[in-house]
Structures are given as C-alpha cells and as structure tokens.
Design a protein around this ligand. Structure first.
Ligand code: TGC
Ligand code: FAD
Length: 392
C-alpha cells in the first residue's frame, strides 16, 4: 500500500470552531492512525482479520469511552472530541471505527447509563483500557430493522435468569469478553443483560465471506439455556427505548466517522488527479474530473458543518434522535458517493489495494446498512416532520 500522505480538507476553516482540546485530541488520533493503522490495514482487510494488536493503541487515544467520566476509566471528553476521534479512526478504516463505536456507545454507554454502580465499577475501567472487549446483541436473523419483534428471551428461575435465542451480524462477537444482549422477559418487556464469555451454552460463531468491513470481526451470539446471574441485568432502563438510546450515541459517532472515510477518498483522488497524466496533461486539469472534486469538497464541507452543529447540540443535551438520523444518513450516503467517484478517478488503480478507496467503498456498504439502514433513517425523518410512522 502507498505511504499515508493524508492531508485533511478544511475548506471553510472549521478548525476555528474547535477548542485547543478538540484539536489536540484529533491530532493525536490522526497521528496514531497514520502510524499504527494505515501501514497494516490493507493486509488485515485482505485476510479478513481484525488486527487485535491495535486494541491497546485505541484505548490510549481515548477511543474506548471518550465521553465516559474519568472515575470509570473513560476520557471524560465532550461530544465533539468523541466525534473527531471517530472521524480520524474511520479515515483509517470503518471496521476499526466499528470496534471503537461498539465498545464505547453500545457496551460502555448502556452499562454507564442503565447499569448499577457495581456493574459500572466492575466493567467500565476494563472496557476503557481494552482489557475487556464487548459486543452488542440487538439484531436477530428475523428482526433487523424491526428489533421490537425480537424473540430472544429470558425466564426468571429464582436465583438466575435462563436465556435463549440468537443474535446475528454482531460486530466484535468472535473475540468479545462480554456481550450486552437485549432480550424479552416473560411479559415481553425488553431488558439488557451482560453475558460473559465462558457461560455455559453461550457461543459466538464467526461470520465469514464478507466483502465489506473485512478488518472487523462479525459473528453470531447463540444462547442455549444460558444461566445468567441476576446481578447481570441492567436495572435502570427497560423497553425498546433502552437499546435505541445507545444507537443514538453510536449513530452520532458514525456521522463523524463517515466524514473521515470521505476525506480520505477525496484527498487520495485529489493527489492522484494532479499526478496522473493522460493526453499530455494531469487528469485534474480536465473539467469532468474537476466537477467530481468540486462536488466532493462541497459535500464534505456541508457534512462537516452539519455534524459540528449536531455535536454542539449533543453537548447541550438537545440533539434529537431524528437530528442524529439525518446526519448519519446524509453523511454515510455522501461518503459512499464520494468513494464511488474517487474510485473511478483512479481508473484501474482504484480497484487495487495500493490505495484505500476501494476498501472504504466496500466498508461503507455496511455502514449504510447497520445502525439503521439508509431507508429507515429516511422514515425516521419522515415521521419527525409529518407525525406519521410509516414503518408499520
Ligand atoms: P417505536 O415505537 O418508534 O419506539 C419504541 C420506543 O422507543 C422509544 N424510542 C427511543 N428511545 C430512545 N432513543 C431513541 N433513539 C428512540 N427511538 C424510539 C420510543 O419513544 C418508544 O418508547 P415508548 O416508551 O413509547 O415505548 O419503535 P418501532 O418498533 O416502531 O421502531 C422504530 C424504528 C424502526 C425507528 C427503530 O426500531 C429502528 O431504529 N430500527 C433500526 C434498527 C437498528 O438501527 N439496529 C441497529 C442494530 S446495532 C448495529 O447495527 C451496530 S453496528 C455497530 C458497528 O459496527 O459500528
Ligand atoms: P432488513 O431489516 O431485513 O431490511 C432489508 C431492507 O428492507 C433494507 O433495505 C431496509 O431499509 C428495508 N426495510 C425494512 N423495513 C422497512 C420499512 N418498514 N419500510 C421500507 N423499507 C424497509 N446489529 C447488532 O445488533 N449489533 C452489531 O454489532 C451489528 N453489527 C453489524 C455489522 C455488520 C457488518 C452488518 C452488516 C450489520 C450489523 N448489525 C449489527 C445489524 C444491522 O443493524 C442490520 O443489518 C440492520 O439494522 C438492517 O437489518 P437487516 O439486515 O435485517 O435488514
């Protein structure tokens, strides 16, 4: 793979909207990605393996629980710093950002927000340091966009719960030490349970043959009469709103992350357009290629503004689910379009692992589907502006 020469586009001087702390956090993550992710990620994606050796580095740059209070091992940062870390990691690879998103927003967040103090103290510091890795089990084979229909369930057996069911498409599952699993009680109410690797009847088979997110490990969670201690139930929130609340946090991080992937594709295509000579001139001197680049930088700049504003609203505790949906949907679609155009700008070279673009493009096909599909987010916006839910 080519050396990482990334230079971040900032067409509207948005750095002026960031604090010194934001820039410091972002620059540390950027430098770490250049040093530890870029040189190895193509090889790991090609062999469809998550590079476990980067876990410690992810923890060191604050990627595990950036906004979790320091008393629980988190970095105690604000929402814009969290977003900037996700942007930089996804600039390297969406699969690596997935691992960080799941750990932070889908495992640490529910334990922090819905867990008991004992659960926070027991799990959060180990998750922040990467000593424990976690996964989040919501999606089932027959319930993806409609998680409320889930059939995974648990029964009260007096001194423990008995958990049965299966989850599918679970990031980090093959190596996770713990899983935050969403299941229905006997009355049909959804609760979160912390299931630990090693509990009898709990297995995590890996999902193979993915053409996307190849450097991220994906698997199933199978529960065959798993005895879960009662103290592992998250006591402070139940109902579908509990897992959906975690998704708000993860989707927000993805909105930033997608900008990172888009910036990398744009920057690569811009550099290539100045170097690649056809018909005796750089392809960047042709109107058709300039149109692509001009549209890319316009869309990246719009996404940067949208997402920065969303970060301010998140910091003020005012961002709505629908506002987050709009940013996740817009930015991932923007990044996918840019990846496809950038891929074409590199001609045949664009399909090789010499450049990051094709990997970003394939990764983004998962990002546009997980955490709520492109169409589901459109329906969330539609519901918000009309008051009518068109899902059912
Ligand atoms: P609906 O009736 O609208 O809502 C049920 C209850 O939940 C409340 N609620 C929320 N609460 C907190 N935060 C949110 N974001 C919330 N959204 C809804 C709602 O108020 C209601 O509460 P109550 O008290 O009235 O019961 O639910 P619905 O069944 O009609 O479904 C709505 C829909 C389709 C929008 C939702 O289910 C949805 O978002 N579907 C998409 C599923 C999804 O995103 N799955 C993601 C799985 S995790 C994943 O993909 C990880 S990938 C990670 C990685 O690798 O990065
Ligand atoms: P479906 O829900 O079957 O949707 C199929 C199509 O129908 C989509 O285009 C959808 O938009 C459309 N559709 C569905 N309902 C409607 C409707 N009402 N109106 C119009 N169109 C509709 N899940 C987890 O719980 N944890 C994870 O860690 C996790 N990681 C993932 C990692 C990867 C690589 C992938 C690919 C997925 C992951 N997921 C995870 C699952 C992901 O969240 C689901 O794939 C996603 O929510 C969509 O569900 P589905 O695949 O079952 O598609």
């Amino acid at each position: 793979m080519k050396p990482d020469l990334f230079q971040a586009p900032d067409y509207y001087n948005l750095d002026e909207l960031l604090t010194e702390e934001h820039k410091m956090v972002r620059d540390a993550a950027r430098e770490w990605v250049k040093r530890e992710v870029s040189p190895i990620i193509e090889e790991y994606a090609q062999k469809a393996e998550f590079p476990k050796q980067i876990i410690k580095g992810l923890a060191d740059i604050g990627a595990f629980g950036p906004y979790i209070p320091e008393q629980y091992g988190g970095a105690g940062l604000d929402q814009i710093s969290y977003g900037l870390i996700m942007q930089e990691i996804e600039r390297g690879d969406s699969g690596v950002r997935s691992t960080a998103s799941v750990q932070s927003s889908l495992v640490m967040y529910p334990i922090w927000k819905y867990g008991s103090e004992e659960q926070r103290v027991k799990y959060l510091p180990k998750l922040a340091s990467g000593e424990f890795m976690g996964c989040f089990g919501l999606t089932e084979p027959d319930h993806g966009s409609n998680p409320g229909g889930m059939i995974t369930n648990f029964k009260d057996k007096g001194d423990h719960y008995l958990l049965n069911g299966a989850k599918m498409w679970i990031s980090n599952a093959p190596f996770a030490d713990i899983a935050v699993v969403w299941a229905k009680d006997e009355s049909g109410r959804i609760h979160g349970l912390i299931v630990e690797r090693g509990m009898e009847g709990f297995t995590t088979p890996e999902t193979h043959n993915k053409w996307s997110l190849r450097a991220s490990a994906t698997g199933e969670l199978i529960f065959d009469n798993v005895k879960v201690p009662k103290e592992n139930l998250l006591p402070n929130k139940s109902g579908l709103g509990a897992p959906l609340g975690c998704l708000d946090s993860a989707r927000y991080g993805i909105a930033w992350g997608a900008i990172g992937a888009a910036m990398d594709c744009y920057d690569t295509a811009l550099r290539y357009s100045k170097e690649r000579i056809q018909f005796d001139k750089p392809i960047g001197a042709t109107q058709l290629q300039q149109k692509k680049l001009a549209e890319m930088i316009t869309e990246i700049t719009k996404a940067q503004l949208l997402t920065w504003r969303l970060g301010v609203l998140r910091n003020e505790g005012k961002a709505t689910t629908a506002q987050i949906s709009m940013a996740k949907r817009n930015n991932v679609d923007m990044a996918l379009t840019i990846a496809r155009d950038a891929r074409q700008m590199l001609g045949g070279m664009g399909i090789t692992g010499e450049y990051s673009i094709m990997r970003h493009m394939m990764n983004l096909e998962s990002v546009v589907t997980y955490e709520g599909t492109h169409d589901i987010h459109l329906l969330i916006t539609g519901m918000d502006v009309t008051g009518f839910a068109a899902f059912k």
